[in-house]
Design a protein around this ligand. Structure first.
Ligand code: PGA
Length: 249
């Protein structure tokens, strides 16, 4: 469920950004120029959440984290719990990003636990799903997406949820899926979500940049973008937000 159906442009900074860089970014970006039609969100590293939170709120920008642990507190050295994210001003948390699945080895069961803990404490997950190139070439894209979305089975329905479809082969590679692939896969993701009883907003991610943003955001079923590399510079992120505003209005 997502009551906010504005186009959502979310910036995932991954493991990038120091305090000075964050300040320079906020100085250069200014306010969200299209707040009525586009929601803008930023997901900086944990260390920047609290320092950026007040100013981003004043700029009309939502804040999110890139990961969370599912326990509430205790002896879990190095982990961050949902309440800590809320305390730092977060509304969103990215879950199941392909870099965490492939590099850290996160599995669907762990992602499900994190999702449940996030809802319990009022965070909105941005659940990332997507197939590898090998899986697409084998023709099993829909099977993989179905498996990844199956963690929603039995979950409460009246919870906030955003889904990001990110073909793994398009992340950080400069290669984007074709508009036909995007439209076809988003239609499938929407139908799966409907079958599971979740009316989530669905974003596209993977090498979204100023040059291709308008074309991608105009695709049927695409309700926003999860932007990695191009969200690190204020001018390129702003160009994507403006493209979203143009498509939305
Ligand atoms: P990218 O990353 O835009 O750099 O491809 C997208 C993501 O990983 O969310």
């Amino acid at each position: 469920m997502n009551s906010d159906r504005r186009t959502f442009v979310a910036g995932n900074w991954k493991m990038n950004g120091l305090l000075d860089e964050a300040k320079a970014f906020m100085d250069a970006f200014g306010r969200n120029p299209a707040e009525d039609v586009v929601e803008v969100g930023l997901m900086p590293p944990f260390t920047l959440l609290h320092p950026m939170s007040e100013r981003l709120a004043a700029m009309g920008i939502s804040l999110g984290a890139q990961n969370v642990y599912y326990e509430d507190k205790g002896a879990f050295t190095g982990s961050i719990c949902p309440m800590m994210l809320r305390d730092s001003g977060c509304h969103y948390v990215i879950l199941g990003h392909s870099e965490r699945r492939s590099i850290i080895g996160e599995n669907n069961a762990q992602i499900r636990s994190k999702m449940t803990a996030s809802w319990l404490h009022g965070l909105e997950p941005i659940l990332c799903i997507g197939e590898t190139l090998e899986q697409r070439e084998q023709g099993i894209t829909n099977t993989i997406l179905t498996e990844q979305l199956a963690i929603l089975k039995g979950a409460p329905k009246d919870v906030p949820l955003t889904v990001a479809y990110e073909p793994v082969w398009a992340i950080g590679t400069g290669v984007t899926a074709s508009t036909d692939q995007i439209i076809e896969t988003h239609a499938f993701v929407h139908s799966e979500l409907q079958r599971l009883g979740h009316d989530a907003r669905v974003l596209y991610g993977g090498s979204v940049k100023p040059e291709n943003a308008e074309e991608i955001l105009a695709c049927d079923g695409v309700e926003g973008a999860l932007v990695g590399g191009a969200s690190l510079q204020a001018d390129s992120f702003m160009a994507i937000v403006k493209a979203a505003a143009k498509v939305a209005s």
